[in-house]
Design a protein around this ligand. Structure first.
Ligand code: HEC
Ligand code: HEC
Length: 367
């Protein structure tokens, strides 16, 4: 009798240890560990963790659709699915007149126009009023904060819906027409193709190991989602601002002309070039700088303070307008940097400062 009990105890113990060693739950974890790496798209991780796909999710997108979307964004038109030529969305702009399509912030958890400008210089990309399309599908709201002052009710739907946001920008920001459904879908397909990947976020190997280790633990999902979401901003904040009260004195920051050069070249000259979005050409000639300098203290849009902080408005017959820069896109310090550069150019000149064009800035436009 005693031997029998011992034998069954032994069997049980052996069986249980076998279960633990080869354990079912362990197996899941190993499978998960293989699953996410630095190339895994952010939305895949969040979806695996039980987050619902957003309304702008595109299920089956083809390479052709992505290509059409890219053309719509960079050129402003493409051929319809039936092979017909379609019209430009806007006569005046492409989306890339005002938006980048590559990463533009070194630290994805912070808004910093200063570090964005450094990054733009290093990568030779434009520095613009609109937020980049890279990672835009990973955001949760659009046209945030103060944009309601400019677009009002139009944002009721757009704020929480990327498709609606695209339409608002097609019709209003770019002074064009409403996009067809297939155009919006193609644009979205392209935008999904430039979403963030885990390796773009500041996710350490330990973070990744931790995520993979607990991936299949339901009780940890909320914590893991929070961990992933803490690695990037899920919106582009937007704060409108005003010119300085006393334009002669300016903002209370000391201008740094070498930083101003980057603002001028990567931002202003992106549109104010020959055959550009604006008819006003701003180049590195003394006359451009003198003109800008002369009007700094004006109470009109000729003053760079006014035009930067308030933009210009479209009027019938002249629909090209200049979008304003929020504090997140150009800081008061950077405006003073620009002023210092402009004043230097209007005066003694700056042969010591760098002088190169932003190649992407030129390529990204159809003009
Ligand atoms: C003349 C400039 C301009 C053009 C052209 C333009 N946009 Fe915009 N767009 C803006 C500005 C300015 C904003 C608001 C600030 C921002 O992007 O964060 C904006 C915002 C957006 C947003 C919301 C971004 C966010 O994260 O809040 C989307 C989506 C968008 N635009 C799509 C488009 C598409 C698609 C096109 C081309 C069909 C386009 N835009 C063309 C200037 C422009
Ligand atoms: C996204 C394109 C774009 C960018 C970037 C841009 N502008 Fe403009 N700007 C325009 C457009 C469009 C107008 C309207 C006048 C026109 O159509 O030529 C304008 C108008 C102006 C005017 C008034 C001109 C007038 O005769 O009324 C000034 C001054 C000006 N911009 C300066 C700047 C400066 C300085 C920068 C850089 C900080 C800058 N712009 C960046 C597109 C742009």
């Amino acid at each position: 009798m005693r031997a029998v009990i011992n034998f069954s105890v032994l069997i049980t113990v052996v069986f249980l240890s076998f279960l633990v060693i080869s354990g079912f739950s362990d197996k899941d974890q190993i499978a998960a560990a293989k699953k996410w790496n630095k190339d895994t798209p952010l939305s895949v991780v969040l979806n695996d963790l039980g987050e619902k796909q957003p309304a702008h999710f595109v299920k089956d997108m083809s390479a052709e659709q992505i290509k059409k979307g890219e053309e719509l964004v960079k050129i402003g038109k493409t051929t319809s699915p039936k092979g017909r030529k379609a019209k430009f969305i806007s006569k005046y702009y492409a989306c890339t007149s005002c938006h980048n399509v590559v990463r533009e912030d070194p630290d994805l958890t912070k808004v910093s126009p200063e570090s964005r400008l450094e990054y733009a210089k290093d990568n030779n990309i434009p520095f613009l009023q609109g937020s980049t399309f890279w990672g835009i599908v990973n955001r949760k709201t659009w046209y945030n904060d103060d944009y309601v002052k400019k677009y009002g009710d139009l944002l009721d739907k757009a704020r929480n819906d990327l498709k609606e946001s695209i339409q608002v920008c097609a019709v209003y920001c770019s002074q064009g027409r409403k996009m067809k459904k297939w155009e919006v879908d193609a644009t979205l397909a392209y935008l999904w193709s430039i979403q963030m990947k885990m390796g773009d976020l500041d996710v350490s190997d330990e973070d990744l190991a931790y995520l993979n280790e607990h991936a299949s633990d339901k009780s940890k999902q909320a914590e893991l989602v929070q961990l992933v979401n803490s690695k990037y901003l899920d919106k582009s904040p937007a704060t409108f601002a005003d010119p300085p009260k006393d334009k002669r004195a300016g903002y209370t920051h000391k201008g740094r002309p070498e930083m101003g050069e980057a603002v001028y070249r990567l931002s202003c000259m992106h549109c104010h070039r020959a055959n550009g979005e604006s008819e006003v050409i701003l180049d590195k000639s003394k006359s451009s700088f003198k003109w800008l300098k002369r009007h700094i203290t004006d109470n009109s849009q000729l003053s760079m303070y006014e035009v930067i902080r308030h933009g210009t408005y479209d009027v019938l017959g002249h629909q090209e307008y200049m979008p304003l820069y929020t504090l997140e896109k150009l800081s008061d310090q950077q405006i003073e940097d620009l002023r210092a550069y402009v004043e230097m150019g209007a005066g003694t000149g700056f042969s010591a400062l760098p002088d190169s064009g932003a190649e992407d800035a030129k390529q990204s436009s159809r003009f």
